[in-house]
Write a protein that binds this ligand. Sequence first.
Ligand SMILES: NC(=O)c1ccc[n+]([C@@H]2O[C@H](COP(=O)([O-])OP(=O)(O)OC[C@H]3O[C@@H](n4cnc5c(N)ncnc54)[C@H](OP(=O)(O)O)[C@@H]3O)[C@@H](O)[C@H]2O)c1
Length: 246
Amino acid sequence: MTQNIEGKVVVITGASSGLGEATARHLAALGAKLVLGARRLDRLTVLARELDLPAGAVVQTDVSDAEQVKRLVDGAVAAHGRIDVIVNNAGIMPQSLLEHGRIAEWDRMIDVNLKGVLYGIAAALPHMTRQKSGHIINVSSVAGHKVRPGSSVYAATKAAVLMLSEGLRQEVKPYGIRTTVISPGAVETELPASVTDTEVAARIRQFYDQVAIPADSFAHMVAFAMSMPDNVDINEILYRPTAQEL
Ligand SMILES: NC(=O)c1ccc[n+]([C@@H]2O[C@H](COP(=O)([O-])OP(=O)(O)OC[C@H]3O[C@@H](n4cnc5c(N)ncnc54)[C@H](OP(=O)(O)O)[C@@H]3O)[C@@H](O)[C@H]2O)c1
């Protein structure tokens, strides 16, 4: 499950913690050439040192700014001559009941979870269509398939990523570009810390403590999709902790 990864140029957003960081570690060990983005440059710099990445392999990036995402991707192409994979992973989950009207958090989730993915696609597609190859990996969630009280806006952004990914899949067929959308269940990362509503945060913390699985589960899904022969396109992966009922 590791062929077709060595030497690939992979851009990962949200690589400073959680799923993105675990994916960076796993793909680095498999010989991929990484370019990592997130806002916390200090965290990226420590990771780059640990993985022995070359200068320029980390770029401070806020995915809610299209120009910054373009700079991240164009930088990868300038450094390596191509981009093989983009993992549009950055995301936040400040869940709350709609009746609490936390409009700023709704806006932020739409900006990061949905528009951030769109900006990643916009940045990568000109290169991938020119190359006539590439692989766009978007991150949805079990929440993109199932909604619960408190998760409406988060789930809406993740359902949008699912729909967007299916449209993308059809549009990029003529260019030989592969598309994968990965929907994880509860995985142990810093994500629950993005919940500011104390009641919801406590409920989510308890749920994660009961069922969450390690972040390298996601890294293995990315590696699985990447490692398929070029004529095999793994379009959707939905996975959960074995103990997760919902
Ligand atoms: N953990 C789970 O149970 C789970 C389940 C399903 C789906 N997911 C999805 O998995 C993805 C990764 O989340 P995670 O679980 O790994 O959580 P995490 O540990 O909190 O990581 C989130 C990453 O996104 C980055 N990020 C947040 N806002 C950003 C912005 N505006 N611009 C650039 N980067 C930004 C963070 O970096 P900076 O703060 O340094 O920018 C961090 O690297 C998210 O899309 C999440 O919705 C997670």
